[in-house]
Design a protein around this ligand. Sequence first.
Ligand code: GUN
Length: 171
Amino acid sequence: MISCPNPAQDVIKALDLEPHVEGGYFRRTYQADRREMLETTGGPRYLMTSIYYLLTEDSPVGQFHFNQSDILHYFHLGDAIEYSLIHADGSLQTPVMGSEVLSGQQLQLHVPGGIWKASRLLSGSNGFGLISEAVSPGFDFADMEIGDRRKLSTRFPQHRVLIEMLTREDD
Ligand code: GUN
């Protein structure tokens, strides 16, 4: 077998992923389109959607964003991924997803709707980390807000350094 100089690119190709607006790469793998749509305050949504989501050394951060829906994350392959979760009361959690379950890394992570979430690839030997997400009610861009660095830092000044690391620069 020929050794692969950039395994992340091979995973992107094999799974047919495309760049995500949050950073990283994704592809929707499922939407519950054989069931009735769910009525939400934001409008009709699929009962559930699912994606692959990949972080790589070239795109190692899923920047802070806010979702209305609950999201279940499932770790598959590669290096560990650290999540930063800021709750409405300002409390911070930083769970790590990865395969080292004996060291406390998580194979599954439930992130409830209504909190700010970011993710970053931790350094490792693979150069990528691959998860899946199941979102219910199903994902819709209208339910998602990308974090504005200035606004988030003003609201959560105690997390300014983290917010600066995990948001895009102000325009
Ligand atoms: N994040 C979680 N699920 C989805 C999805 O289905 N599409 C997009 N673009 N982002 C997501």
